[in-house]
Write a protein that binds this ligand. Structure first.
Ligand code: BTN
Length: 268
């Protein structure tokens, strides 16, 4: 198979990323694994691991995350928390807001079609284009680093109908081919800004304003067992990242983790 014209390599990344510390791997198990080890060995804040292919890419709730070589933008960033006691979820907000704001700049995309699905999936026209996996690295009780793993579908062939109904690609919606090195550089620049303001109200407000579910009827389920946690109206989110759902009995639930889906209105 001939190489895609914008295949990633260390030289192209060096030009796009300037002074940033990075590692590029053609193939690895998971960029999050590499970033975890690197963080434990002293990788600086903002160091990034990029791969063309992962043999054991993973998503939230232990799910697999797969994409053929050269079809996705796969990277993991090492972030060193600037403040004590900051919640890891604030870095998820920072990453989601950074990816979304970079995507909005691409041709044919704007803020009305690029939305966030709680807590931090990025959706294009209601289908997932980017997933974010946060893995905190603790030393005793102190948060030493957060690994922010990001997978963006650029031109992934979704053969299974189940996937093509829920996932999409950047190139399916932009009237241009995507240069992943430039997109990565743009996202990282934004993430540098937002991670420095991870505790601030502005980040929370940007994240909240981009969520697609507030005011709508949702169902939250345990992602591993599929068991329903609550169904009701998504009222709001709070600054700790929880989704506030008012159940039909009027009780308000704070959902911190789980799979939240929009409930289709029932046809009477
Ligand atoms: C999700 O479940 O939505 C999160 C998916 C995160 C996937 C990315 S791809 C790069 C990084 N390395 C991994 O193994 N996972 C993350």
């Amino acid at each position: 198979m001939s190489e895609h014209p914008e295949a990633l390599n260390a030289e192209r990344l060096r030009i796009a990323l300037g002074e940033r510390t990075f590692q590029f791997l053609e193939t690895t198990s998971s960029t999050n694994d590499v970033a975890q080890r690197w963080a434990a060995d002293g990788a600086p804040h903002g160091a990034v691991v990029v791969a063309e292919f992962q043999t054991e890419g993973r998503g939230r709730f232990g799910r697999r995350w797969q994409a053929p070589s050269g079809t996705a933008l796969l990277f993991s960033v090492v972030l060193r928390p600037a403040q004590l006691n900051i919640l890891p979820v604030r870095y998820g907000m920072a990453a989601a807001v950074s990816v979304r704001s970079a995507l909005i700049e691409l041709p044919a995309l704007d803020s009305s079609v690029v939305k966030l699905k709680w807590p931090n999936d990025v959706q294009l026209h209601g289908r997932k284009v980017c997933g974010i996996l946060l893995e905190p690295l603790w030393r005793g009780a102190s948060l030493e680093a957060i690994i922010v793993g990001v997978g963006i579908n650029v031109r992934v062939p979704f053969d299974e109908p189940e996937l093509s109904a829920t996932a999409t690609n950047l190139e399916a919606h932009c009237q241009a081919s995507i240069d992943r090195a430039l997109l990565l550089a743009d996202i990282l620049k934004r993430l540098t800004f937002w991670s420095a303001h991870a505790e601030g109200l502005a980040l929370f407000q940007a994240w909240r304003a981009a969520l697609n579910m507030l005011g709508k009827r949702v169902q939250a389920a345990d992602a591993t067992t599929g068991r329903q946690i609550v169904a009701g109206q998504a009222l709001d989110v709070d600054e700790d990242g929880a989704l506030l759902v008012r159940a039909d009995d009027g009780k308000i639930h704070r959902v911190f983790a789980g799979e939240v889906t929009l409930q289709k209105p029932s046809v009477k």
